[in-house]
Design a binder for this molecule. Structure first.
Ligand SMILES: [Zn+2]
Length: 852
């Protein structure tokens, strides 16, 4: 078996052979403070039983050096026993003891044990990130979720450090060496390797306790010393307590892992990770500058998402990564459900519709889309299939399932499932069986059409009217993209909206129906007067694109902001955006719609997200012959919105950021300089550190600022955020030299993951096509080796976000087709380049439509 892969069949064979009794893991992390040391000592003692004595298996380990392997007292030679990240174990006994001594590597990719030195104060921080298969980068494992065990961690580290793991933190004891201590953690509950964790360093901690219906849970919140003034612990504790109260009540099962620590860690690849009782989160969630409500709404959803995993994922765990979608989809659904019902973010489902769900629709229309329930035959397949289909579409479809079976039967099934499968590894069919029992609905067919097939359906109204404007016929027409032709059953809300005489659009009537097949008659509507706006998928139970009829679209364009409720408004925004992306609404009409309505939008996510989508449309979907005109309209429209916004509001903050991004004219760039030096003040708009970087990056992108101004700002902001923002600002400059430097940093494995990410976002800008020209070929060449050179996560970020899209043209399409036909590059590279190709093709179609 080459490299670091592991197949489902191998895992099944190993699980049928073994039971793991315990892990004892001794880690010596004292080397972390020495920048010349790249490794730490790791000793694993694994006790396990074997059902067929005499047989052979293997353990997993990714380590630069394996020093010693002992199986049942017998020494195995690492030179022969250790190959391809596996330790071959032969002649097993009924009960076995494996001891492996190795030097494992610190990482800078956010995978395994990540090491970070804070430029603000030179303090050292470590944290682990193991999902999917990376616990084996820190200790010797049987790296598969269904070989659960108990773990005892013993960590040697500098005495002044904080060390946190899944079990409660013990008092450290003297290690017999000056300034060094040992933390002997108590043994954990039974869990999978991928949710174990070690977090160590000079972390700052704050403590509280939750008193709940099942007892007391100690709470810890941690961050770097240089961020402690930004940790809003009181708010975080409140959210944590609200979520615990909600989940313990709804799940009717006590939180299983004793204590609950949440650690905000640097250079984190994802949002957060559900390590049992030891959740890690990216420390950008502790903002040092003013952030809009959508930022806090999202952070709350992350906190509740990880907590939902403590039951669904950690207590009850998938057997193999085939059900990773279920793990993530459930946590996604549950986090919004909790947020809307237990926290101040009561309109969280509107935010979901405006933001998260959109990422699912987008992913589902790319050539890389796949069924939610992916066939993950091995770890490589998991990597390729772990995306917004897993999270956003999965959560949307679970939301539809809840509408299909009803919330109470769904919860009743869930409660039974937690009790039946605690500390175990069921499969999706087990959950389905439980839900069929609690709901009385047959779900195999539903699961087949929703989970085993890819693609999104489009639902459109079709009707006839009599002379008085009442419906004489009404049906919901369902269609599908020819590449993914499945038509599905949908539980669908239909809302009829009229002006209430007071200039507000209010719902006159609502009905819910089951949609099935290409056309579903709705006899309930016959004789009903046509409303000003008819909204399919009102209440947003369904996962489908919706279309508006002519009259409804006209109402939407003239009166979108007058919807009384934010959720139908979100659905109409979504429908109009879909039409724009699908080349049925001109970019200039979309831009006018946004400029006329976004100032009155009340949903935090809509305010943040819609200007970003519009910037893409203006730069990429618009008719190139009239693009400069549209850019000028967008720029001046944003300036007006900025000046009209309420002082200190989220609208003002978002419009200021968007205006900086859109600024092209001399006058607009002068405004940005004025905001920086105070000569142009907008009442209530704080020009704090993050806003300064937004302005500086915009000025660097335009060529008005160069290295000197960026360097000067970095002198003021000596933080890791400052370094990352400076790298982004440098990369954005419109010079060949800046692009060369930025590209060299992207492909350099020593560039830290978060810095690499910021550069990838910033390097290829619309309007800079003349200096980007060489990067199509450079990108295609690099794509063949990036995964090997940078590691999976860093490479994926570069491949997904670092493609030179401004070079989108027919010639680029042809070149990408040629490259893709060659079919030699790694799957991950082919996937993202296939996506870039599709996005370019879509943009070219939209440009032609916008010109027509
Ligand atoms: Zn998750």
């Amino acid at each position: 078996m080459p490299g670091t892969n592991l197949t489902r069949d191998e895992a099944a064979t190993r699980a049928s052979l073994l039971d793991v009794t315990s892990y004892t893991v001794d880690l010596d992390l004292t080397s972390a403070t020495d920048p010349d040391q790249g490794t730490f000592a790791s000793v694993t003692t694994l006790e396990f039983t074997c059902r067929e004595p005499g047989s052979a298996t293997f353990a997993d380990l990714v380590a630069p050096t394996v020093r010693e392997i002992t199986l049942n007292g017998r020494s195995l030679d690492p030179a022969t026993a250790y190959a391809d990240s596996r330790i071959a174990l032969d002649d097993l006994e009924a009960t076995n003891t494996l001891v492996v001594t190795a030097d494992c590597a610190y990482s800078n990719t956010g995978e395994g044990l990540h090491r970070f030195v804070d430029p603000a104060d030179d303090r050292v921080y470590l944290y682990s990130q193991f999902e999917v298969p990376d616990a084996r980068r820190v200790f010797t494992t049987f790296e598969q979720p269904d070989l659960k065990s108990v773990f005892t961690f013993n960590v040697t580290a500098p005495s002044h450090w904080v060390v946190v793991s899944n079990a409660a933190t013990p008092e450290p004891t003297d290690a017999g060496q000056s300034g060094v201590s040992v933390w002997n953690f108590p043994t954990t509950k039974r869990m999978s390797t991928y949710i174990t964790a070690i977090v160590a360093g000079e972390y700052h901690g704050e403590f509280d306790t939750y008193e709940g219906k099942f007892g007391t849970i100690p709470l810890g919140h941690y961050c770097r010393q240089s961020l402690k003034e930004h940790m809003d612990t009181a708010e975080l504790v409140t959210l944590t307590k609200q979520s615990f109260a909600f989940f313990e009540e709804q799940f009717d099962y006590p939180y299983p892992f004793g204590k609950y620590d949440q650690l905000y860690v640097p250079e984190y690849n994802a949002g957060a990770m559900e390590n049992a009782g030891c959740v890690t989160l990216r420390d950008e969630y502790l903002p040092r500058s003013r952030q809009p409500r959508s930022f806090f709404e999202f952070r709350t959803s992350v906190i509740t998402h990880e907590m939902a995993h403590m039951w669904f994922g950690d207590l009850v765990t998938m057997k193999w990564w085939d059900d990773l979608w279920l793990n993530e989809s459930f946590a996604e659904w549950a986090c919004y459900w909790c947020e809307a019902n237990a926290t101040d973010f009561t309109d969280a489902w509107t935010g979901f519709a405006n933001a998260r769900k959109q990422t699912g629709y987008r992913a589902d229309q790319l050539p890389s889309t796949h069924p939610i329930a992916a066939d993950n035959v091995d770890l490589h397949a998991v990597e390729v299939n772990f995306d917004m289909i897993t999270y956003a579409k999965g959560a949307s479809v679970l939301k539809q399932l809840v509408a299909w079976v009803g919330l109470e039967p769904f919860l009743e099934g869930l409660r039974a499932y937690f009790k039946e499968w605690e500390y175990g590894n069921p499969e999706f069919k087990d959950l389905l069986a439980t839900l069929e029992k609690s709901s009385g609905r047959e779900l195999q067919g539903w699961a087949q059409e929703w989970l085993q097939t890819a693609g999104v359906n489009t639902l459109a109204p079709a009707f006839e009217l009599d002379a008085d404007g009442a419906y004489t016929s009404f049906s919901v027409e369902q269609s599908a993209h020819p590449d993914w032709p499945t038509l599905r059953r949908h539980r669908l809300g239909i809302g009829l909206y009229d002006d209430n005489g007071d200039g507000r659009l209010v719902r006159r009537e609502y009905l819910e129906i089951d949609v099935e097949g290409a056309s579903t008659e709705v006899p309930e509507l016959i004789g009903t007067k046509q409303p000003a706006l008819l909204l399919l998928n009102d209440e947003d139970h369904a996962y489908a694109k919706i279309r508006l009829d002519e009259r409804s679209l006209a109402t939407a364009i003239s009166a979108l902001s007058t919807f009384e409720d934010s959720l139908p408004r979100a659905l109409v925004w979504g429908a109009a955006w879909d039409m724009t992306r699908d080349g049925e609404m001109r970019t200039r009409d979309w831009t006018d719609l946004v400029l006329a309505n976004i100032g009155q939008e009340t949903d935090a996510w809509a305010v943040t997200r819609i200007p970003a989508s519009t910037a893409l449309a203006v730069n990429f979907y618009s008719d190139p012959a009239h693009r400069d005109e549209l850019k000028a309209t967008w720029e001046s429209g944003l300036r007006e919105l900025l000046l009209a916004a309420e002082p200190g509001s989220d609208h003002q903050l978002t419009f200021a950021r968007s205006y900086a991004g859109a600024a092209r004219s001399d006058a607009a760039l002068d405004d940005l300089i004025g905001l920086l030096d105070g000569s142009f003040a907008v009442e209530g708009l704080a020009i704090d550190q993050d806003m300064r970087w937004v302005l500086i990056t915009a000025l660097a992108r335009s060529g008005r600022f160069g290295d000197a101004e960026i360097d000067a700002e970095l002198e003021v902001d000596k933080t890791i955020s400052g370094q990352e923002q400076a790298a982004a600002a440098r990369a954005s400059q419109p010079t060949a030299e800046a692009k060369e430097r930025a590209w060299a940093a992207i492909v350099d494995p020593t560039t830290p993951n978060e810095t690499s990410r910021e550069i990838a976002f910033s390097i290829f800008r619309f309007g800079q096509e003349d200096v980007l020209e060489p990067y199509l070929e450079k990108f295609l060449t690099a794509a063949e080796t990036l995964v090997d050179v940078l590691g999976f996560h860093k490479a994926s970020t570069v491949l997904e976000y670092g493609f030179p899209k401004p070079l989108g043209s027919e010639a680029t399409l042809a070149r990408l087709d040629e490259w893709l036909a060659d079919n030699k590059a790694p799957k991950q590279a082919q996937r993202y380049i296939g996506e870039a190709r599709a996005e370019i093709a879509r943009a070219l179609t939209n440009q032609a439509f916008d010109a027509s």
